[in-house]
Design a protein around this ligand. Sequence first.
Ligand SMILES: *[C@@H]1O[C@H](CO)[C@@H](O)[C@H](O)[C@H]1NC(C)=O
Ligand SMILES: *[C@@H]1O[C@H](CO)[C@@H](O)[C@H](O)[C@H]1NC(C)=O
Length: 310
Amino acid sequence: MGLQRSLVTFLLGFLLVNLYPPAMARFVVEKNSLTVASPDSIRGTHDSAIGNFGIPQYGGSMAGTVAYPKENRKGCRGFDESGISFKSKPGALPTLVLVDRGDCFFALKVWNAQKAGASAVLVADHIEEALITMDTPEEDISSAKYIENITIPSALIEKSFGEKIKKEISAGEMVNVNLDWREAVPHPDDRVEYELWTNSNDECGIKCDMLMEFVKDFKGAAQILEKGGYTQFTPHYITWYCPQAFTISKQCKSQCINRGRYCAPDPEQDFSTGYEGKDVVLENLRQLCVFRVANETKRPWVWWDYISGA
Ligand SMILES: *[C@@H]1O[C@H](CO)[C@@H](O)[C@H](O)[C@H]1NC(C)=O
Ligand SMILES: *[C@@H]1O[C@H](CO)[C@@H](O)[C@H](O)[C@H]1NC(C)=O
């Protein structure tokens, strides 16, 4: 567990430790489970989709109390402007801030909440839909400054669930939840199972630069660990999907395959030049395929050579 912990910290959230049972050759919106401990009326487990930024506590869990701000409910402005702080008192449970989706980037909401002392952020969806991955803003210079400083985890929750939480909070109930990234408990052996969460797109700005740097730096160690049987890794590729109403739009046609089911943002944010988002999706699939074949032939480390162009 010690090694697992330090790896997780070191990898800045690119690793998913035992988050999911291996999901081969298919894309998933990475989910973690969120369990409401109290009040009884909404007790139970709900899905939530992990944000594509910040540092989820892979392999761990976090218990906290949900706060829904009285003002600035979308979290698009600094909470200090309204004199709101989410810092929990020493010994108290951490505060998970609930904000509403809309008006600004997911990452900005999370950044504002983090600055105000939140330990994690739940974003309530504003329409009923299957959960999507919350992405960072595309190539936006002003956001690049704060994205790298987001350290708290965040997750999108379904609209109906968000409404239930709000109703309880407004009735004065204390809503206690547990966010859990463990899902599958590590095996009691001398091997660390980890999951690499990645994307073949290397032109998405700071996030991709960090990923590329990491892959370059970690490849040697990863291959040694794998060959020595100390680790077993599974790569995951993140995907987006096109909202139903837009599946025939130019954007979705260029960024998606399979009629909008699997999408990736256009690498250059320009539909007329260079690669299209769907090229990224296809390359992701190719890399997954390489992994599958390499793993089946007991040489999973070959995947690192392939993705780093060696
Ligand atoms: C992010 O963190 C760095 C290093 O701690 C700091 O220099 C920088 O000002 C921070 N950026 C923002 C937007 O807070
Ligand atoms: C890779 O291979 C190992 C054993 O050969 C297997 O246990 C593991 O599930 C495979 N990983 C994936 C993601 O298929």
